[in-house]
Each structure stands twice: as structure tokens, then as C-alpha cells.
Design a protein around this ligand. Sequence first.
Ligand SMILES: [Zn+2]
Length: 302
Amino acid sequence: MHNIIEVDLTENIDIFKISCFLIPHKDGLVLVESGPHSTIPKLEKAVKANGYKLSDITDVLLTHIHLDHAGGAWCLAEQGAKIYVHPKGYAHLKNPEKLLASATKLYGALMDELWGTLKPIKGNQLFEVADMQILNINELAFTAHYTPGHATHHIAWQLANVIFTGDVAGIRLNNGPVVPPMPPPDINIEDWHTSIERLESLENITTFYLTHGGKITDCKHHLTQLKNNLNEYANFIFTHYKKQTPKPKLIEMFTQFSKELLVKNGGDSEAMKSYESSNPSFMAVSGLWRYWKKKLTTENQS
Ligand SMILES: [Zn+2]
């Protein structure tokens, strides 16, 4: 059994739950997910509380380059860490202008407060990881599983019988319902199902660590609910894409629909608010709308 230290980067901060994970090895720490730039002070505090310094983080394993997962990686590179990422995310971390611009477009005035900023990571500290590649860091061996669907540049990291699932296994707050986060531009339902099947096919997995939700041990039930909710969301938007329901109206309807789905899955009214901030309706609508538009346009052309 490996010692995995979960750090809640957003405890007492008014943004949705983001965790990262510290795993000690003989020369320091591996960090899975950096969290955003804005929560680096929280990370530093947790690292110190465990008897280490920030510069003891030798390796940072990113699940994907969305800013809540990877936005702080450059700070750790500045402290000497090596950063591992999917090839599709590599260029964006090396030259982050585009990533910063698209996030600023999405988050507007909230950008600074939520995520902070991005700086380039030097090529000699940034590494692309292949599918199924095994990363040996002293006594630790991590396997990279390409898991697109939420993002094309997504990796779930396996360490023995544990998987750090990033966003591919969804969001789950306080052991409540599982919700798939649906931001544009990469959402792909078929790919997401294939990725879930891949997670299901791995033998002897006992634990998921969700970036938005932490430790989960009922992995099978968790994935079953995720698959179901993925389809529920996708079908709801499909119906309205066909009808070309105006966006503002659709966002309102989706908010209601997703609340009802949460209740059906056992969520309470307190949970609603945190889920809405973790997977905002405007973002889910726009992510799924884009998915259907792309899919149906391609199908019509062929
Ligand atoms: Zn994400």
C-alpha cells in the first residue's frame, strides 16, 4: 500500500472542490495534479505540514491541462519539478498564451481570482507521456491510461490498485451523486464511454482518487452511475439541439433537469449548489451543444 496524501486545495475557499495528491518516495514527493496557480499557497502549506518543502516535489503528473488541474504546474517547475503531460497538452504548457486566452474568454473577470495566471514551462522539464507508458519514480510505478471524452488530452494515472481519475470519472461531492463535467471544446460521449470501459477493464482496482471529490471505493457503482448520467445529459441536450431551443432558455431548462437528476441519484439541496458551481449549466450546455453540432454536421456530410 502506498501512502497517498490528499490535499483539499479549496478548503475554506469559495471555489468548487479541487484536490491534489502527494505520494512520498525515497527522494521527495510525487504530486498528481498541481491544482490552479491560485491555490499554490494552500499546496505549500500542506507540503510543509507533512514535513517537506515545495522544492521536494520531484515529479508532477497531470491528468489534463484544464487550469483547475494543471494551472499551477509552472510554479512547481520553477522549483525544479519535472512535469508529465499528454502530448496534446504539451505545446500548451510550453507556450501557454493560447490556453490563457481561451480560459480568459471563458471565465472573463473571474479568471485571476479563480485560476491566477500561466507561465511557460521549459522543454527540459516538460515530458510527453505515451499511452500505457510506465513511469518509474524510485519505488513508485505509475501507468498512464489515455482516457479522452472529457478532454482529448486526458490521462488517468494508475498506481498499483489505485487510479487518479482526473475528470474522466466525473465529480462526486461528499459521496453524493456522480456528475460528468462538460466544458467545451472536447466533450465526446463515445470516447468517454470507451474510457470508462477501459477503467472498468483494469483488474484489482480498489480506489479512485477524483480531483473533484477525493477518495472513492465503490468504483463499480460509481462508474455505472456516471455512464447513466452521461447519457441522460447528452440525450437531454440532443433533444433541444434538434429543436434549436434558444440557449438562455436551454440553460434554464438544463439547470432544472440536472437538479432533478441529482435528486433522483440521492443528492440533497445543499449538494445542488456545489454541483452547480463545479459543473455550471452554461458550460455543460455549451460543451454538449458543440458535441452534437460537430457530430451531426459530420454525419450529414458523410
Ligand atoms: Zn477538466
